[in-house]
Design a protein around this ligand. Structure first.
Ligand SMILES: Cc1cc2nc3c(=O)[nH]c(=O)nc-3n(C[C@H](O)[C@H](O)[C@H](O)COP(=O)(O)O)c2cc1C
Length: 328
């Protein structure tokens, strides 16, 4: 398939694996890129810029295809050393960056100086337009369904994507709720030129996370995610568990007085315990509503091949079949 996204990133299929804390290691990024999509290493999962440089080298040993790095700008006071992370990306020869969390404006001159293509992930048309204005090459438009941080507008992709298509000149991918060929074809119909998936890629053979995480995703239904931290304007969609239910109880009790410190136990330092140790009740971890559409743990290659094969069928057989034959 050829779209402005495949052309921009030099990939065979318009499928991107979004940055994911403690999931987006070299193994997954390389598997996605080898299968023709765009794999992304999650920059900040690597605790120092030196470790990111090492992870980039590891990924390069596993694939000769383009891959990128996700840089998430966190709403924390103690900011990670972003310029050093960017230096590791540049020196590692990576030329694609997915930014998220906040506007990458401050770092655009550095990215552009080294010919890095920037795809900014955002949850509203106004933020997408801002990304276009500051020189981003593409955006990833993340709807309310998404795993992780859906923002505060609660706009589902059925509205958000066509609105983005009405306003944007740069190409965009649909993110949030994407799992299969139906998602891809719908996203293309709504104006996107590809799709970004998070949760779906966690339940693959190559995702370097504990088997319990993959099993939990397969077992869960679309009713099993919760929104937390709304009171802090840092809303996150997570898979429910006993710790998340505790968190929600604390949020109810504290109401408008909620502070980050009140929920530290449920949200801080959770990812290694869930993803590495497989302790599924350790705390809140990102997961999308799309979990209801995930019923297996294929290899990344099988997943991407299946999506692309079925997408072609959907377009050429199912959709084309609805058209009335033209009268002779
Ligand atoms: C376990 C997990 C961790 C994530 N961590 C990050 C992250 O560190 N940075 C980021 O920009 N997005 C992160 N995301 C969001 C994904 O990149 C992607 O935007 C989102 O999962 C898309 O929605 P979906 O899960 O419905 O596919 C994470 C998502 C998941 C499921």
């Amino acid at each position: 398939m050829k779209t402005r996204i495949t052309e921009l990133f030099g990939i065979r299929h318009p499928i991107i694996q979004g940055g994911m804390h403690y999931v987006g290691f070299a193994e997954l990024a390389a598997a996605v890129s080898n299968a023709g999509g765009l794999g992304l290493i999650t920059g900040l999962t690597q605790k120092t810029p030196e470790l990111l440089a090492k992870e980039i080298r590891r990924c390069r040993e596993m694939t000769d295809q383009p891959f990128g790095v996700n840089l998430t700008f966190l709403p924390t006071l103690a900011s990670p050393p972003y310029p050093e992370y960017i230096a590791a990306i540049v020196e590692g020869g990576v030329r694609i960056v997915e930014t998220a969390g906040r506007s990458p404006e401050a770092y655009m001159p550095a990215f552009k100086k080294f010919g890095i293509k920037v795809i900014h992930k955002c949850t509203s048309v106004r933020h997408a337009l801002k990304a276009e204005a500051i020189g981003c090459d593409a955006v990833s438009v993340d709807g309310f369904e998404c795993g992780g941080h859906p923002g505060e507008d609660d706009m589902p992709n059925m509205i958000l994507l066509p609105r983005a298509a009405e306003e944007l000149k740069i190409p965009f991918v649909a993110s949030g709720g994407m799992a299969d060929a139906r998602s891809l074809v719908a996203a293309l119909a709504l104006g996107a030129e590809g799709m970004n998936m998070g949760t779906r890629f966690v339940a693959t053979q190559e995702a370097p996370v504990h088997q319990n995480v993959k099993d939990a995703i397969v077992a869960a239904t679309e009713l099993d995610t919760r929104l937390v931290m709304r009171g802090l304007r840092n809303t996150e969609r997570v898979l429910t568990n006993s710790s998340v239910e505790e968190l929600i109880q604390i949020e109810k009790e504290k109401g408008a007085n909620l502070k980050f410190d009140d929920i530290m136990e449920q949200v801080a330092g959770v990812y290694p315990r869930v993803m590495v140790e497989g302790k599924m009740d350790a705390g809140a971890w990102s997961c999308g509503m799309v979990v209801g559409l995930i019923n297996d743990i294929p290899t990344v290659q099988e997943l991407i091949d299946r999506i692309m094969g079925e997408a072609e069928q959907l377009i050429t057989a199912r959709l084309a079949g609805f058209l009335e034959p033209v009268a002779a």
